[in-house]
Write a protein that binds this ligand. Sequence first.
Ligand code: MRU
Length: 349
Amino acid sequence: MERKNNMMLSIKWGEDDLIILDQTKLPEKTEFITLKTVEEVWDAIKKLKVRGAPAIGIAAAYGLYVSIRDLKAECFEEFYKEFEKNADYLASSRPTAVNLFWALNRMKKRAIESKNKSIEDIKRDLLNEAHAIRNEDEEMCKAIGENFLTLLEDGMTILTHCNAGGLATARYGTALSPIFLAKDKGWNIRVFADETRPLLQGARLTTWELLQYGVDVTLICDNMAAHVMSKGWIDAIITGCDRVAANGDVANKIGTYGLAVLAKAHNIPFYIAAPSSTIDMDTPDGSQIVIEERSEDEVSCGFGIRTAPEGVKVYNPAFDVTPNSLITAIVTEKGILRPPYDKTIKNIF
Ligand code: MRU
């Protein structure tokens, strides 16, 4: 798989198939898999083989193209009926990251705009749209990193949660983008990475990416974050997000809300990194965001090791909502947004 500046790309279009780095195998195995059917793409998203809001959107766009690549249709209506059915199917894989729905809607719009063309030309346009979604994500992530650098300084220590790095996007990541760009500039930024129970995206993915890039990273358990903040070791907290509501409430990996509360208690700035593809103007506030609930086994029998008695009741929400009042700034590719978010978010669209 292609590497750019020591950053492994987790999602790529091959000869005529989608290739992903199976993130469930990291850090032990670097294994790439080729996804040849829409069912395989759905399954890869559901099982977090490809994960992180922007990467989910990119995979879904390519998956939708894969679903109609060999479709024979007499007319646009017949083509679009099957295409829309496959889009609905992919949309059912995970509910919280709005990038999934955003990317599928972009693909639908492209199909409708091309409706007067031949079926083969429509298919070509759809593949190009998926490429555009991927390429624009890389540009947005880089711009987010550049905007963030104006808030950071050489020598700072950042705490992050889950994985919002290159693995979760086309490249660079969102929350980790400024860390990579700072490293390129020769800055010495240190990172504390929460392990991120129950699926350990911080331990397995964030530390792996940062170590590969030569960044000074220290792994902590989630319940150590308050202690580390109380020591005065953290200059800023940066996380990614799965959906920003129109009022600036933010859904991100479970545990993010707690970090924001802790940040307030310790007077530490709490920043969200968000490409505009993650901002959902149709969701007025955080209470309207559907929070994915995942299997009980992830908590009581994670990675196949039983850590709680059989039959115990488990609650496993994959995300939580951080109210806008706890967020110091939302950094997008279009600029740094500050409160009042209902106004500043509207201004960038
Ligand atoms: O369940 P995951 O691993 O897909 O959750 C990912 C996150 O919560 C990320 O912080 C978010 O998607 C932003 S990725 C740039």
